[in-house]
Design a protein around this ligand. Structure first.
Ligand SMILES: Cc1cc2nc3c(=O)[nH]c(=O)nc-3n(C[C@H](O)[C@H](O)[C@H](O)COP(=O)(O)OP(=O)(O)OC[C@H]3O[C@@H](n4cnc5c(N)ncnc54)[C@H](O)[C@@H]3O)c2cc1C
Length: 417
């Protein structure tokens, strides 16, 4: 039962994994928090991702020379990137900014900023889950980047070099060693690069639910309501207008993923946040076992053993955020799954689609809007939101508590575009 009168110090809009981690960390600072979502917690993009939690996911999406591969990726019907034509006018300015970020200097700067958010992600999840009875939801794992072309499996590329410079334990293995490691993989794969020392979520949706329950035990009030508008109320408070009533608080955190920009337009905030839609197919009783997170590098799709079966997640589809899922992308992902794992039992398949909240520089927007005191952003985590959520929560908790986080927040600045 919603009680609009009950007062909160901070309202967090959006109970994806980012909003949940924010609410949890803010509550740990002793603040009263209301967490608002129109759905059950963690059922948006945070539900269906590939489950990778890695300190070594330090490489942004825009890389030097990527533009040369774009026609091949986009124009092929079975390519990993797809663009719906009506979306093109919106995409072009975003895409140009994205490509401009693909210089070595920009990539290195982004990698430093990503490292700050990712370096302790596995430990932070383990700390959040400790004592909940669901510690098993995060497991140690390697990242197996599997290549069909053995020559392409080289650690000399910029992305691997940056990881190695920053201390990642990386190993190249040949076809036989790959078969020993992951016997279910197709023999088409000729080599792999292993990134060790990371973890995987065996059910990202369940992690969100467990952490949201924990936040409630710390006093967070979870309100199921659709936010219609955000306004500045009397006496320096923020008002959140919802279909379940109005709520006010002194501080307001927008963590509404790919929907965040819509909520901020009323304040004259215009930001290049794209909905980069991704898909997964999950196979119950798959008849195969896989041990690690495995990326088919050619198809840019990631397979992992989840509690509900084997999941293959991938695709970057640029289309209207709320358009219905594209059945061709789902069929293609299912085809890729059968090619990666020839013995996969595909009888029980569940498809899913979600929208990554993506900025052209692959970095989230974290901080207070200078012209709107008490209004904070915590969104835009693109391909890395599961793994960056716990650190994001800590940073936002510091900011709303008027503590200065001991890190450089400039790369995530709200006015950087
Ligand atoms: C295929 C795929 C694979 C991925 N793999 C990985 C991976 O392996 N590792 C990783 O770290 N990341 C991965 N990601 C990215 C990650 O899933 C996202 O970055 C992350 O889930 C974003 O979380 P969020 O909380 O910002 O958004 P969301 O989970 O989308 O949450 C936003 C919430 O806001 C709510 N909301 C929006 N508007 C309103 C409104 N008006 N009123 C009320 N509520 C509202 C929504 O209901 C939703 O619950 C992947 C993404 C995809 C699509």
């Amino acid at each position: 039962m919603v009680d609009p009168e009950s007062s909160a110090d901070v309202i967090v809009v959006g109970a994806g994994i980012v909003g949940i981690c924010c609410a949890l960390s803010i509550a740990e600072h002793g603040k009263r928090v209301r967490l608002v979502d129109r759905d059950e917690p963690g059922q948006g993009c945070s539900y269906g991702n590939a489950g990778i939690i890695s300190p070594w996911s330090l490489v942004p999406q825009s890389m030097p020379g990527l533009w040369k591969n774009i026609p091949g990726m986009v124009l092929k019907e079975d390519g990993p990137v797809s663009i719906r034509v009506p979306y093109l006018p919106k995409l072009i300015p975003w895409g140009l900014r994205f490509l401009r970020n693909g210089t070595e200097a920009q990539v290195r700067a982004a990698a430093d900023a990503m490292e700050t958010l990712n370096q302790s992600n596995v430990q932070l999840y383990r700390r959040h889950l400790q004592g909940t009875g669901y510690e098993h939801l995060v497991r140690d794992s390697w990242y197996v980047h599997a290549f069909r072309n053995a020559k392409a499996a080289s650690v000399s590329g910029l992305g691997y070099r940056i990881r190695i410079e920053k201390g990642a334990d990386i190993e190249r293995i040949d076809a036989q060693a790959l078969r020993d490691l992951e016997p279910a993989l197709s023999h088409d794969f000729a080599a792999a690069i292993l990134i060790k020392g990371q973890a995987r979520a065996v059910s990202p949706g369940e992690i969100a639910r467990v952490l949201c329950d924990k936040a409630q035990r710390l006093g967070v009030e979870v309100t199921r309501a659709t936010v219609r508008a955000l306004t500045r109320a009397e006496s320096e408070r923020w008002a959140v207008n919802t279909d379940a009533g109005d709520f006010t608080a002194q501080k307001l955190v927008v963590a509404a993923g790919a929907w965040s920009a819509d909520l901020l337009k009323a304040f004259g905030v215009h930001i290049p946040l794209a909905a980069e839609r991704g898909y997964h197919v999950e196979f119950r009783d798959p008849g195969i076992e896989i041990n690690h997170s495995i990326m088919d590098v050619d198809k840019m799709a990631v397979a992992s053993a989840m509690s509900g079966g084997v999941r293959l997640a991938g695709t970057a589809e640029f289309a209207h955020r709320d358009a219905p899922p594209n059945s061709k992308r789902i069929e293609e992902l299912a085809r890729v799954a059968r090619r990666i794992f020839p013995a996969l039992d595909t009888a029980q398949m569940t498809p899913w689609m979600g929208a990554r909240p993506s900025f052209p520089d692959s970095l989230p927007m974290l901080g207070e809007f200078p012209a709107h005191k008490g209004l904070f952003s915590a969104f835009g985590h693109s391909h890395y939101g599961l793994m960056m959520a716990p650190k994001t929560g800590q940073i936002i908790a510091d900011l709303v508590s008027d503590r200065v986080p001991n890190i450089d927040l400039e790369p995530y600045a709200v006015n950087r575009f």
